[in-house]
Design a protein around this ligand. Structure first.
Ligand SMILES: [Zn+2]
Length: 116
């Protein structure tokens, strides 16, 4: 991988991280408003609130999972190990990194993990 390619991936990861953090902040801010907008029917309001909570928790979990993956990739950058498979240390193909700059495994190791 060239330095220029590394820079592109690094920029992409930084932007991705900022986006996840913004999404998490927006979600947490919205959670506070959700209750006051509940309907006057108390039973329905409780059901709505519970559904909302589950939904918010799922979304938060997804954003946090992605955030951790991106942070781990940025950490590998600092360690000079970016673009190397975390399993076998082989270089991850540019195609895979273009698809997801936070990719952790080379194609071979990813296939092995997906195999039953
Ligand atoms: Zn590998």
């Amino acid at each position: 991988m060239t330095d220029a390619e590394q820079m592109i991936h690094h920029d992409r990861l930084s932007a991705d991280l900022a986006q996840q953090l913004a999404s998490i902040a927006a979600l947490l801010a919205a959670t506070g408003n959700a209750v006051s907008e509940a309907s006057t029917d108390m039973r329905q309001a409780r059901i709505d609130a519970m559904a909302q909570q589950v939904n918010t928790r799922d979304q938060l979990a997804r954003f946090n999972l992605r955030r951790r993956k991106v942070e781990a990739a940025l950490t590998r950058f600092e360690a000079g190990a970016y673009g190397l498979c975390c399993e076998c240390r082989a270089e991850i193909s540019g195609e895979r990194l273009d698809h997801d700059a936070a990719e952790v495994f080379c194609e071979e190791c990813a296939d092995e993990r997906e195999a039953p």
